[in-house]
Structures are given as C-alpha cells and as structure tokens.
Design a protein around this ligand. Sequence first.
Ligand SMILES: [Zn+2]
Length: 449
Amino acid sequence: MIASVFEELRRPWTAVCVGLLTSVAAQAASAADCPGHPDAIGTSRTIVVDPRAHPIIGTMQYGKTLPLQDKEVVLTFDDGPLPKYSNQILDILAAHCAKATFFLVGSQAHANPGGVRKVRDAGHTVGTHSQNHPAGMDRLPFDRSKQEIEQGIASVTAALGDGTAPAPFLRIPGLRRTDQIEEFAASKGLQLWSADFPADDWRDVSANRVYELAMQRLEAKGKGILLLHDIQPRTVTALPRILRELKARGYRIVHVVPATPERPATPTEPQQWQLHPALAPEAVATSRWPKVPKFASAGPAALSAPALSDLDWHTSDLGVRAARRGRGIPLPPVAPWPRQTTLPPADTLAALPIPARSIFKLPEPTFANALASAARGPATVAQAPSTEISSAKLTGKSRRQDRTAAAQPPAPAGQAAQAPQSAAATTPKPAAQAKRNGRSVRVAGLKKR
Ligand SMILES: [Zn+2]
C-alpha cells in the first residue's frame, strides 16, 4: 500500500489523484474480495480485450503487448490441466485472490475434463494451447498445425461441458510461430499470446531460480505477461513467494477476458499496446529476447510422443531406418547420434602406472595349499602348473602366463611358460583333483578381481 502510494507520487499531479484513487480502490477491492486472506495481493482490475483488434501480443516476440500500466502483471499458466500440480496452483491463486489465464492442452483436457471446469469455476480465463503440444509447430506441415489448434479448442470446449467455448486466446506450444499460423489464428478471431517474460520453470532449475527469474525479468520490463506452467512442481513451490513479493514491491495483478457482444473491450489508445511507447517496438521485443526459448514438451503421460520430424535430428536417413525397423530388417550398428568419443592423447596413456607384480601374487595360504596338495600328488614340479592349467581354462592363456610368472617366484619365468604343455599332456589327474578340492575355483575367483 505505502509502496504503491510512493510509486504514484512520481507522476504528475492529476495522475497522482487518479492513481491514488485507483490504487486505494484496488487495494480495498482485493481485501474485500479475499476474505480470510488479508495479505493477499488480489486482482486489481479486469481488462476486456478484442482479439480481432489486437491479434498478436507479447514482447518476447512481437512489438505489442497488453495495455498494462506500470507495475501491472498478467499471470499465465500453460500445459495443464494436470491435477497433481494444477490443483495446487489453483489453491494458491485462490488464497491470493489472483486471477490468471490458463492455456490448456487439448489432450490434457480430454484426460482431465474436471480440471478444465475447475479452472473456469475459479473465475480464471481458459485459453488453449493446441491438442497435443507438438514440440516444433513451426516445422509441422501447416495443415497439421491447423488441426492441432482446432482440435485443442474442440477438446477444451467438450471438457467445459456447458456448451460454452474457451476464450479465443491461443498460445502456440514453445511459441513456435509462423506467418501462416498467425494468419490462420487471426482469420479465426483468435488472439495469439506470446509473453513478456518467462521464468524458465519448464527447465531443470530450482524453485528459487524460478522466483528469481520471474522477479528479475519483471523488474527489467516494469510490467507485462508472466509465462508459467501449472504442471511443474517447482512452479507450485515458487508461486506463493512470487505473489507475496509482487505485493511487497507494489505490483498489481490484472485479469484479462475476451470481449463479447455483451461485454465491450476496455477502451484503449494504440500506444498503450506498446510496452514502452517511447522506444521502438522492435527494440523492446528484440533487445532482451533475441531468441525464442526451447520449451520442454509438457504433460508427462497424457501427451503423445513427438513425431520424428519434431526432433532436432540432422540425420536424413532416420525415416528410412525407422521404416526398415518396422519391416523387421536388421539395421547396421550405427547410432542415430554422432559418435564423439574422445581418446586421451598417447602421452597420457604412457603416463598411466604399470600394475605392480605384487598385485598378481596369490595369498600365502593358497600357495601353501597348492604345495600341500602337490605333496599328495605324483610330483611337486608337475603339481603347481596343473593348478594353473585348470584356472587358465577359465581365464585365458595370456593372463595365465603373466600370473604364472608372478605366482611362482621360485620358478624362472621361462620354465613356467613351458610348463602348461607338458602338464596338460602328462598329468590330467592332479588337475581334476584340484578342481574337486575347489582350489581352482578359488584361484579363478582371485583372478577375476
Ligand atoms: Zn506449453
């Protein structure tokens, strides 16, 4: 309250009077409208817009935005309804008496029609956001984009269940606009909503980061449309803090509804549809948002998988590979992504330590057992190699030779290397005996480590 009064003092005198009255009225209205929540930010006013007069809005992409005053914020939520999180978002908004606009996905509405009615019954504006939320609508054939838009509206209409249609407000998934989509939307009397700033809540960031980005970007523009997602747990966590901070910093929530024959548009001047009339619209739109962000495909289970053409693959034969897989033809072992294995330089390899011989030494008791067993067998000289043979069968010849040398310090390496041939030819019996005693298994087990 005090903050907003001081904010108004910066204006010329006549505006101060009007501003004070407006501010007081808004605060009084929000307190009265939000019983039990004296600290709620409330909704300061509702503006009625005519989509046909202003078919595209949002300075993330366009030169125009909603006719907001300084410190006015419009809340928007995309991708729902997803009961688990959307219901919590609705509860939070209710506790703050804040009205928002929801851009619902048709398939989500079909899966949760009750969720659509909850949004409407809470007094929020229901817009649409395509049927299946395709990841790259700008790359789809136009007919498919058209179908996505129309089916989305049909699904949300069906979910509303009372014969009413959603507001003619459309947000393209991922903001992936094309001239053709814009022309089509305008021909249908739809208002295309971009946004003025996102809070990156579709990304893998913390709730605190969502809060920080929302406030930083709002402060940078001074007013505008905030883009959020009601299907994200981090948004559920961040939203109460965002609303509290908006109030603390003197911002006001504005609700937007479409004009109807009974409800004419709020009178505005053309320059009010510019974020900062003093600046060229292009400068506002492009200076801070050079690139449209990539949105993650929303809605976990209820949304269909993206088509191959939606993905950012650059391998042209993927479609052919998919077709071959469908016909059961085995594919060559080529991964559809570039192999980027980086080998360490040769000098790095040379610098790696050589394992010490002692690593390959058998523990003393095992060696003693082998000697004891050999004492019961025909010949001590033949016995030790025979144990080696049985274990070598399990682990391979070259490693056996290495270990033979290490495990038999009393015998010269050359002698050990020759031993297997004679042992295999002349003394199969001790080898079998060693196996029965379990010693060869123990030895093999040690080798494997
Ligand atoms: Zn979306």
